[in-house]
Design a protein around this ligand. Structure first.
Ligand code: PLP
Length: 380
């Protein structure tokens, strides 16, 4: 089956009991057992729920993996994956991570003796140099957040295999429509399903997909033991969201390309970051490992914080807000918003400057979006 067909049918057969074409919302906490030790495959909804199971099969199919696991949020999914580690273990992580992931490493797991080094994962040699004897996990986002740098998944997977390190790829920005890290050699792919998978900014969720049975069993154990599972309604919204994922992603990308090209020639714009642009340093690798470049565009405006603030606060179609990947366009100021938990010195080193804005290009008419940018860029 091709992607579009899987998005609508994988894991979503008509309901066995009623023929319902959409997977029902099994709003139940527990299940009748036919005798002691004789259940019908379902015991308790933290452990398993049919609506959640459908969502888990569907996302596994979209990522080309064997097993899917759903969580209450992206960070809950990350917590379960990090629970594979033990005190004394070390993570090599991308230096441009979602701020909440960085906070989870530095303020939660660090207290249990798990340490992380942060490197530019677009540079395979610096990843290799950061590996220590006790390194057990490689963790990255590609495209990265917010500068959309590209890591070569294939090359890093070879390194991870050689060093016996579990390779975790956060595929939130690309979505499974444009990139499948498992097929490129990663061991675990995870998503904040809150973003493109749900796609409508109306539900928070996370998923993990792997084809490795041992990793799956271990993460599934933590899913049940820690209990950060999504409710059936949230799973149902995710199932509804992914049905249109291919259509949405194609349009997100077409709009993003259009705006990236226009912004590249605008006199008030200092720099445009979009992997689809020829001059993007990761363009060649992106072309090789992705089927499209996605819907996020970051820009540095000419001037400092005040210039960026003027644009961000005067846009009317782009909404100022955190998050990304919904049908509506959003603008955020990474330094003061999504990446505020990263120390200022570190932000400066990374290039997350005060004149940087990240655009999540939505599905509105692209000329309306352009006009919104033309007007506000004209104000600085
Ligand atoms: C939003 C986000 C997360 C966290 O997911 P939540 O659903 O907000 O918990 C993790 N990684 C990336 C890349 C994100 O954008």
């Amino acid at each position: 089956m091709k992607f579009e067909t899987k998005a609508i049918h994988a894991g979503q057969e008509a309901d066995a009991a009623t023929g319902s074409v959409t997977v029902p919302v099994y709003q139940t906490a527990t299940y009748k057992q036919d005798g002691i030790g004789r259940d019908r495959g379902w015991e308790y909804s933290r452990t398993g729920n049919p609506t959640r199971a459908a969502w888990e099969s569907a996302i596994a199919a979209l990522e080309g993996g064997k097993f899917g696991l759903a969580f209450a949020s992206g960070l809950a999914a990350e917590t379960a994956v990090l629970s594979l580690l033990k005190s004394g273990d070390h993570i090599v992580a991308g230096d441009e991570l979602y701020g909440g992931t960085y906070r989870l490493f530095e303020q939660v797991f660090s207290r249990w003796g798990i340490t992380a080094s942060y490197v530019d994962t677009a540079n395979a040699a610096s990843v290799a140099r950061a590996v220590r004897k006790n390194t057990k996990m490689l963790w990255l986002e590609t495209p990265s957040n917010p500068l959309l740098k590209i890591a070569d998944i294939n090359a890093l997977a070879a390194l991870a295999r050689r060093k016996n390190i579990v390779f975790v790829a956060d595929n939130t920005f690309a979505s499974p429509y444009f990139q499948n890290p498992l097929e490129l050699g990663a061991d675990i792919v995870l998503h904040s399903a809150t973003k493109y998978l749900g796609g409508h900014s109306d539900v928070v969720g996370g998923v993990v997909v792997t084809s490795n049975g041992l990793l799956y069993d271990n993460i599934k154990f933590h899913q049940n033991a820690q209990g950060a599972v999504p409710g059936p309604w949230d799973c149902w919204l995710m199932l509804r969201g992914i049905k249109t994922l291919p259509v949405r992603m194609r349009e997100h990308e077409a709009n993003a390309k259009y705006l990236a090209a226009f912004l590249s020639g605008h006199p008030a714009v200092e720099k445009v970051y979009y992997p689809g642009l020829q001059n993007h340093p990761g363009h060649t690798v992106a072309k090789r490992q992705m089927r499209g470049f996605g819907g996020l565009v970051s820009i540095k405006v000419k001037g400092g914080f005040e210039a960026a603030k003027t644009v961000a606060e005067n846009l009317t179609i782009f909404t100022l807000g955190e998050s990304l990947g919904g049908v509506e366009s959003l603008v955020c100021h990474p330094a003061k918003m999504t990446h505020a938990s990263i120390p200022e010195k570190e932000r400066k080193r990374l290039g997350i400057t005060d004149n940087l804005l990240r655009l999540s290009v939505g599905l509105e008419n692209r000329d309306d979006l352009k006009a919104d940018l033309v007007r506000t860029l004209g104000m600085i």
